[in-house]
Design a binder for this molecule. Structure first.
Ligand SMILES: *Cc1c(COP(=O)(O)O)cnc(C)c1O
Length: 476
């Protein structure tokens, strides 16, 4: 397997004179940049064009993506992204504008229209599209919560985060300056109402941050009770809607009593992601919280679309300009292309697909929370023959040419395998996935060694994950 980097393919590394000398007088860089950081030379590889093309095409062929096959990475909603969204995001009128340009009324209108659509989808009353990712949206939502209470002169220092929350929830709460009260889920994977009530009565509690469906793929059936208890005790309810997929067109956080919600456009509204960005995590709020949204904010009046600043109440600016406009465009085009009917099919089929897998896979694998799931569910490695672990299974899945599920998350399930098929997989693909997992189960019984040493067919075998994390080799 060819794993050479482009520098190792260079013919003559001393031949670096192909860049024409600049005819402008260079500024003395030492005035602005510390000498230790200034390059003395630029060692570009010397490779013929055809070899460059082959190098990068071959590299891209080694990559696995949603366009290659099933990508059942729980919590990440790796669904197919219709290509029409890409075409629209590349229209020069959108891709080649600058946010400081005047006469951007068309683009501003898209921001307003998408906000309106999201408002309708979530049952909220106002939106900001600025946050750059889900976790960023969480921080924004929590800062809004904080500002709301500060504005009322009420001291709130704590927030409730159930143990079934996404990992970013407690991290964002901490960043926003809250201390966290963790509530343990019950055997159903839901928030115990008596614990919640007890926690809310501890004083200075700003409210709850709930991931729903939670990381077990479970929809909390007491959702309305939860928001009632929090509100009755003077708190606000935050909804982590990063995984809104199963809810689309079926139910809305606003109707469940939530005050703030963030969405992940790069998951639910079909934007390619997984390489680390860019993303978009819009935050929606109820009427009472609109004054606290980040500035600048957009309104439309007789002069067209204008941006206003409200320094008195807003939490301030949280991102340059208007957010990741390309992602916003893709979401807008996705929503308009599907329409209300299409979105609700997304919701229903993502749930159907997950339950189809859950129902079949539980014939071999341990399913700790055995109940109807939403868009995803969690298996564990309990009881797999010959001490085969979740990691062994995940690595062996790669040998069959597909991507592995999320592993060892959520933390409340030992040896978790978190599976999210998404609505864009066909019945054939789901059946193939089931077959592969059943085959692997049989291998665990009959030939455990093949699992323990997997993967065998990938460019690189099993890595020492601890070594890689502790002493990563990040450069040539
Ligand atoms: C992915 C995810 C997040 C974090 O979103 P990022 O865009 O990765 O910051 C938060 N909550 C849930 C439930 C998620 O699935």
């Amino acid at each position: 397997m060819d794993t050479k980097i482009i520098f190792e393919k260079s013919f003559n590394r001393s031949n670096r004179n192909f860049i024409t000398k600049m005819d402008v007088i260079a500024k003395d860089l030492t005035e602005i940049i510390p000498t230790s950081l200034i390059r003395k030379e630029l060692p570009l590889p010397n490779v013929p064009e055809v070899e460059i093309v082959r190098h990068y095409v071959n590299l891209s062929n080694k990559n696995y993506g949603v366009d290659t096959g099933i990508y059942p990475l729980g919590s990440c909603t790796m669904k197919y992204n219709p290509k029409i969204n890409e075409v629209i995001a590349r229209i020069p009128g959108f891709s080649q504008i600058h946010p400081l340009q005047e006469d951007n009324q068309g683009s501003l209108r898209i921001l307003i229209e998408l906000s309106k659509l999201l408002t309708e989808i979530t049952g909220m009353e106002g939106f900001t599209l600025q946050p750059a990712a889900g976790a960023h949206g969480e921080l924004v939502g929590l800062l809004i919560m904080k500002k709301y209470f500060e504005n009322k002169n009420i001291l709130k220092t704590k927030i409730i985060v159930p143990d079934s929350a996404h990992g970013t929830n407690p991290a964002s709460a901490k960043m926003a300056g809250f201390s966290i009260i963790e509530v343990q889920s019950n055997e159903q994977g839901e928030v115990p109402l008596d614990h919640l009530e007890y926690a809310m009565k501890q004083g200075d509690v700003a409210g709850i941050m709930l991931t729903n469906p939670n990381t077990l793929g479970v929809f909390d059936r007491n959702i309305k009770e939860i928001t009632r208890i929090v509100h009755e005790n003077g708190g606000l309810c935050y909804y982590d809607g990063a995984n809104l997929n199963p809810m689309l067109g079926v139910c809305r956080p606003g109707d469940m009593g939530f005050d703030i919600v963030h969405l992940n456009l790069h998951k639910t509204f079909s934007t390619p992601h997984g390489g680390g960005g860019p993303g978009s995590g819009p935050v929606g709020v109820i009427e009472e919280l609109i004054p606290f949204l980040p500035e600048p904010c957009l309104i439309s009046n007789k002069d067209g679309m204008i941006c206003v600043e409200r320094k008195d109440t807003s939490i301030g600016r949280i991102k340059a300009f208007w957010g990741n406009f390309g992602i916003i465009l893709r979401a807008y085009s996705y929503i308009l292309a599907l329409g209300a009917e299409g979105l609700s099919r997304v919701g229903r089929i993502s749930v159907l697909n997950a339950n189809y897998l859950r129902h079949n896979l539980k014939k071999r694998f341990h399913l700790p929370y055995d109940r109807i799931c939403k868009h995803e569910f969690v298996l564990s490695d309990k009881g797999i023959p010959n001490d085969i672990t979740t990691e062994d299974i995940a690595k062996r899945i790669l040998d069959y040419g597909i991507y592995a599920p999320t592993i060892y998350f959520p933390l409340i399930v030992n040896g978790a395998l978190m599976i999210e098929p998404t609505e864009t997989e066909t019945r054939n693909n789901l059946d193939r996935f089931i077959d592969i997992l059943f085959k692997i189960y049989d291998e665990a019984k009959e030939n455990p060694d093949i699992l323990k040493k997997a993967p065998h067919n990938t460019p690189i075998g099993r890595l020492d994950a601890v070594l890689a994390a502790r002493t990563p080799k990040l450069r040539e």
